[in-house]
Design a protein around this ligand. Structure first.
Ligand SMILES: [Zn+2]
Length: 340
């Protein structure tokens, strides 16, 4: 059955209108090693959340709001059920091994259910995604050294560093990477948005192999496996899609977006079976065509990275979601503590 559109006339602006804080996490780990492998890395480049801070945030959320799971959230967005007046939904991006090794045991201790958004390519290509290669490189090199080495590689191997002289819109770079220093935001923006994808992939993989090791060997320890995903889904959590190649849809053509989504749904259906699933846009980048492409690919709704709570008025394919580092500010603004 197709879900009927919500009756928007019900959703009058009111302070008592139910709202849900959807929180986004990436790396959650303590030690300076990759779980399972013992391979050393340095968390400064990963921006990892430690387990102590993760637990503190869960406590903080639990004191002010009630947790809900994705089926409850989905039914509410379809107008078929209710949610507590102030509630939160936990989501984890990128299919990182941290989620199976570190996050799941903590969630189970606290009887919490979450959504795990997985890029399709990690289950098929068995290579590190370029975004994670850059995180790892920034854990062993500073941004200036990495930029110099990338430029040198492009000049030596490809006879041109022309892409590197492209003017970077620093406002756009700071907006996308608001949690980074200007130097790192500029470098990440060049790599994620401006440099041609194939050239970028070749350059970052070459530098990873020079400084760290094999991208295929590391991928085996960086991501969750099918066994992890099956166990997570069997335990009552939800697996969602996060692109196939994990490129921002703003830089793909409409045809490339549809191809990326077609490959993603084929991977998820092949490994986990057909089901209703949510989607999160890689890097939170979306537009109307991306919304339509997600809907056509049978995802039931999609999350951006707009920093506010979800209301029932929100469009199903541009739902807001808040990064863990912004949770405190959003709670203070939107869910003030009751007066003593
Ligand atoms: Zn991602």
């Amino acid at each position: 059955m197709v879900d009927s559109p919500r009756d928007r006339s019900r959703d009058e602006e009111s302070p008592d209108k139910p709202r849900c804080l959807v929180v986004m996490y990436h790396y959650v780990r303590d030690v300076e090693t990759l779980p399972r492998s013992g391979m050393h890395t340095v968390p400064v480049g990963l921006g990892a959340l430690g387990t102590r801070d993760f637990r503190i945030q869960l406590d903080r959320l639990g004191r002010q709001m009630e947790p809900i799971d994705w089926p409850t959230f989905y039914a509410w967005t379809c107008g078929r059920g209710s949610i507590p007046r102030r509630c939160f939904l936990l989501t984890f991006d990128d299919g990182l091994v941290d989620h199976a090794e570190t996050v799941i045991p903590i969630l189970h201790e606290q009887s919490l259910r979450a959504v795990f958004f997985v890029p399709g390519a990690i289950l098929t290509s068995h290579r590190l995604l370029p975004a994670h290669i850059v995180h790892a490189l920034l854990s062993v090199l500073d941004a200036q050294t990495l930029e110099e080495e990338l430029l040198a590689y492009l000049q030596e191997q490809r006879g041109s560093g022309a892409y590197w002289s492209a003017a970077v819109d620093m406002n756009a770079a700071r907006k996308l990477y608001h949690y980074e220093t200007p130097e790192r935001a500029r470098l990440k923006y060049l790599l994620t948005v401006l440099l041609p994808i194939e050239l970028r992939n070749e350059a970052v993989e070459a530098l990873f192999e020079r400084h760290i090791g094999s991208v295929t060997r590391w991928a085996r320890h960086w991501y969750m496996s099918w066994d992890d995903l099956v166990a997570i889904e069997s335990a009552g959590h939800t697996i969602g899609g996060h692109g196939y190649g994990h490129e921002p849809y703003s830089r793909l053509t409409p045809g490339q977006r549809r191809d990326d989504l077609r490959r993603l749904t084929a991977v998820l259906r092949g490994g986990l079976g057909p089901d209703r699933r949510p989607f999160s846009y890689p890097y939170g980048r979306w537009d109307k065509d991306a919304c339509a492409a997600c809907r056509d690919a049978s995802f039931v709704h999609a999350f951006t990275t707009e920093r506010r709570l979800v209301t029932q008025d929100d469009d199903a394919f541009s739902l807001p979601r808040v990064d863990t580092i912004d949770v405190e500010a959003v709670l203070e603004k939107e869910v003030p503590c009751p007066s003593p």
